[in-house]
Design a binder for this molecule. Structure first.
Ligand code: C2O
Ligand code: CU
Ligand code: CU
Length: 535
């Protein structure tokens, strides 16, 4: 048994042995030549409403007392259009691009990282070449020019790097931002706005004794997905959100590599969900807790008007049946690991042996505190109708009687989709869909005991069925009441043994798009495939 700290590596800068995590992936194994003059020049016929500069570069942040932490981060500026099109969340580490539907957007992306990268606009419905597929990765020092017309309803989308086998580590190093789209309906019939709209990007990290990030070390940790033992909100630890005693609209992104959150108030009051990945729900729904898998977004209506000034409310992540349980035949127990802080715990129970951090998926912990520190106006009533949605209909699905099935497999040290792993430009004959058709896809989790968040590029879908394995009721019961299947989705949690059917329409763009597990270690290990939309 080796201590967990020995199986991990510092990756930004060198550790004593001179090893960086560059050795982790096979970053030079990319078959294509990165960045061959693809989208290097602006199109003179494209007249943008919003023009931005976005740079990914090495940086540092003072996250703790003592040494600054080496991170990678996005910075940006607005060259043309509304200056609010690029801002930073409080804490200055997480960028927000904010545009209106139908706007024409040009983004000059500069790669100042020491390795190749490319940016993906998660949730956006845009042409292949602008989607940030790893085949478009650019080398260090190069730029990529994105030009696209926004074609999404109002919602909380996001962006992150998507290079071959390096997505996990680049997001972990600090590269993630929100991409908010507004439209006339997005205000939700008078939801709180301006100062009364907030955003929380939830991520977990591990740090060494000199405050440097530590990432997954071994194969087992990649298989299980990396989990850190410090929770960051908007890039920083120990988050306290200061609010007035009134109602807020809060957008929440799970920007973690592999951690699932089971969000709930410590005092058991329900959470009011008003939005999902692809914007507002038709009406609000109360849930005892909210499950949020990597890459999922949720919008909450939080009413603090009844709270006593000076009181803190704690948003927690409750225990649930995480990945370890069952898989290794180890009862992890449902007792909380909340309050575990600090670093260098090393082994606890079986975790060190597994190369896992001290806070596994399914453990309990505190996420953040809300401090009501001033009086506020009596909030408007929560609208019972938030938006209208015209859903695709199952009767219109070309394959309504024979869903396209994707088996999510995990075994022999491999993760795969229908037995295949990622190929840069490869697409199989059963991965081709026809433009302008509606389809049902079924994700079948036959991988054992882990839940996987499945994501499709290019579309938003509707979750139409969950076909559950009756022997796993007790696992489902720890998550079921918190699944947000009511809205437009681009990521869906598929629990162990479950088959989840989603319905979507493929419109506007032909080309290659990705579908994958959004546990970033799984994506990097090849639990990702192309699908092709063709005429
Ligand atoms: Cu959020 Cu293919 O990714
Ligand atoms: Cu995506
Ligand atoms: Cu997965």
């Amino acid at each position: 048994m080796s201590d967990v700290t020995e199986t991990r590596r510092c990756f930004l800068g060198r550790v004593a042995s001179g090893v960086t995590l560059a050795s982790l992936g096979t970053r030079n194994a990319v078959a294509h030549e990165a960045g061959e003059s693809r989208s290097q020049y602006p199109n003179p016929d494209f007249n943008p409403d919003v023009e931005l500069e976005l740079t990914a570069a090495e940086s540092t942040a003072q996250l703790f007392a003592g040494d600054a932490t080496r991170i990678w981060r996005f910075t940006g500026t607005v060259l043309k259009g509304d200056p609010r099109a690029f801002t930073m969340l409080p804490g200055d580490l997480i960028p927000v691009i904010r545009v209106r539907n139908h706007q024409r957007v040009r983004i000059f992306f500069h790669n100042e990282l020491p390795e190749e990268t490319i940016v993906h606009w998660h949730g956006l419905h845009i042409v292949q070449k602008m989607d940030g597929h790893p085949m478009y990765a650019i080398r260090s020092g190069q730029r990529y020019i994105y030009e696209f017309v926004v074609n999404n309803r109002a919602g909380t989308y996001w962006f992150h790097p998507h290079p071959h086998q390096r997505t996990g580590i680049q997001v972990y190093a600090g590269l993630a931002g929100l991409f908010i789209v507004d439209d006339d309906e997005g205000a939700g019939n008078g939801l709180p706005s301006g100062e009364f709209e907030r955003a929380w990007v939830l991520q977990d990290r591990s740090f060494d004794a000199s405050n440097q990030l530590v990432y997954a070390g071994g194969h087992m940790e990649m298989m299980m997905g990396f989990t850190g033992d410090r929770i960051l909100v908007n890039g920083r630890p120990d988050h306290v959100e200061r609010v007035a005693a009134t109602a807020y609209r809060v957008r929440v992104l799970n920007g973690s590599n592999s951690r699932f959150y089971k969000l709930a108030w410590s005092d058991d009051r329900p959470l009011t969900v008003i939005g999902a990945d692809g914007g507002l729900l038709e009406g609000p729904v109360d849930k005892p807790y909210v499950m949020l898998a990597p890459a999922e977004r949720v919008e909450l209506w939080l009413d603090f008007s009844g709270d006593t000034l000076g009181t803190d409310r704690v948003l927690r992540s409750l225990p649930f049946s995480g990945g370890m349980m069952g898989m290794m035949g180890m009862g992890r127990g449902m007792s909380g690991g909340g309050g575990m802080r600090g670093r260098g715990r090393g082994m606890r129970g079986g975790r060190g042996m597994m190369g896992m951090s001290g806070l596994a998926n399914g453990d309990a912990f505190d996420v953040l505190k809300v401090r009501v520190d001033r009086i506020g106006d009596k909030p408007n009533e929560l609208p019972s109708k938030l938006s209208s949605i015209s859903w695709p209909r199952i009767e219109d699905a070309a394959n309504r009687n024979a869903p396209r099935t994707i088996q999510m497999q995990m075994g022999m040290g491999q993760l795969s989709l229908n037995g295949r792993t990622f190929e840069m430009e490869g697409v199989a004959s059963d991965e081709i869909v026809k433009l302008d058709t509606t389809e049902v896809w079924e994700f079948a989790n036959v991988s054992g005991s882990m839940s996987h968040p499945m994501h499709l590029h290019n579309v938003q879908f509707k979750v139409v069925a969950r076909l559950q394995d009756s022997q796993l009721e007790s696992v489902y019961d720890t998550m079921r009441a918190g699944l947000v299947d009511e809205g437009w989705k681009d990521v869906v949690i598929v629990m162990p043994g479950e088959r989840v059917r989603v319905l979507m329409r493929f419109t506007d763009h032909i080309g290659l798009y990705l579908y994958h597990c959004h546990i970033l270690e799984h994506e990097d290990m090849g639990m990702m495939r192309n699908y092709q939309v063709s005429v």
